[in-house]
Write a protein that binds this ligand. Structure first.
Ligand SMILES: C[S@@+](CC[C@H](N)C(=O)[O-])C[C@H]1O[C@@H](n2cnc3c(N)ncnc32)[C@H](O)[C@@H]1O
Length: 289
């Protein structure tokens, strides 16, 4: 299924067969299904209390937790940020199309569930490159009949492929919310993260939005530096934490929606409990005028 698109109503799939642990998926330039090395999707699933993780993922997750005990609260605050932003976009902002890249293993409040609870005709395209996420894509393909969902197995660094496939479901002449939630820290500077976002935002028209959260280097700085060091020793993808100014540069040319680029729990919290959470993640929403 590598590189294939799945749409609502299509058949689900299993983890791609035949990939030897650690082998590259032929023609994709990325690693196959390998449970002996931690992968970000599965480590994230572990922190969120999911069941789709293996010993290597739990070891990396625990190593980070030992350096930064606030990690579980941080990833939960990030998921709550995702839900609030999608509710804002599908409600107040009137957005009906979402391109959610770096989707992760399905969890509570997946983007299409939140968006379609505000407006049933929302269309959501998910993109991830992890074979375990692909194996669970069926759970993301449960659209309301008035809307649509789609899943693309692709690498964020291949923007041309993503926009070409997403155009089968989304109308790129109308506004799209491009969502990069907790994924840009997995794109190192050598892969031109700013260029990737420029290309993505060039593909969508005025009126579109960029939603982005990224692990911080300047919140709990010492703990986060140690956490990154430990994670990078154990995981397939290395983490690049970024400062407020570095994350703000992702929004160049866009107008930041109030309250701007803030720790994720401070982005329009809906309750005292949400506001009281702590995270080491910057989050913001930019509007393309
Ligand atoms: C930390 S999880 C975040 C999941 C979800 N967005 C959330 O915030 O709950 C990062 C996800 O990005 C995916 N990812 C990492 N690098 C990627 C890349 N280059 N292309 C596509 N997906 C990527 C991982 O497989 C993983 O599912």
């Amino acid at each position: 299924m590598s590189g294939e698109t799945q749409q609502t109503g299509g058949q689900g799939t299993g983890v791609p067969g035949g990939d030897a642990p650690g082998a590259e998926v032929p023609g994709s330039g990325r690693i196959g299904f390998d449970t002996s090395v931690a992968h970000s999707a599965r480590v994230h699933d572990y922190w969120l209390g999911g069941k789709d993780n293996y010993a290597a993922d739990r070891a990396a997750g625990d190593a980070v937790k030992a350096a930064f005990p606030g990690i579980v609260m941080s990833v939960r605050a990030n998921r709550a940020f995702l839900a609030r932003v999608v509710r804002f976009l599908a409600g107040e902002a009137g957005i009906r199309q979402f391109l959610d890249i770096g989707t992760g293993i399905p969890a509570a409040n997946n983007t299409h569930e939140v968006a379609q609870s505000a407006a049933t005709d929302c269309r959501v395209v998910y993109v991830d490159y992890d074979p375990v996420v692909l194996a669970h894509a069926r759970a993301l393909l449960t659209s309301c009949p008035a809307g649509a969902t789609d899943y693309i197995d692709a690498d964020l660094r291949d923007v041309g492929k993503i926009t070409a496939r997403a155009a089968q479901t989304l109308d790129f002449s109308r506004p799209v919310a491009v969502m990069l939630i907790a994924v840009m820290h997995l794109i190192g500077d050598q892969d031109d993260p700013y260029g990737i976002i420029r290309k993505l935002m060039a593909a969508v028209p005025a009126g579109s939005y960029l939603v982005l959260s990224q692990v911080a280097s300047d919140i709990q700085a010492e703990q986060m530096a140690e956490a990154a060091k430990r994670y990078n020793r154990l995981a397939h993808e290395t983490q690049a934490h970024r400062s407020h100014d570095e994350v703000a540069r992702f929004f160049d040319g866009l107008e930041l929606v109030e309250p701007g680029l803030v720790p994720v729990q401070q982005w329009r919290p809906r309750s005292e409990a949400e506001a009281r959470a702590r995270s080491a993640m910057w989050g913001g929403v930019g509007h393309k005028r």
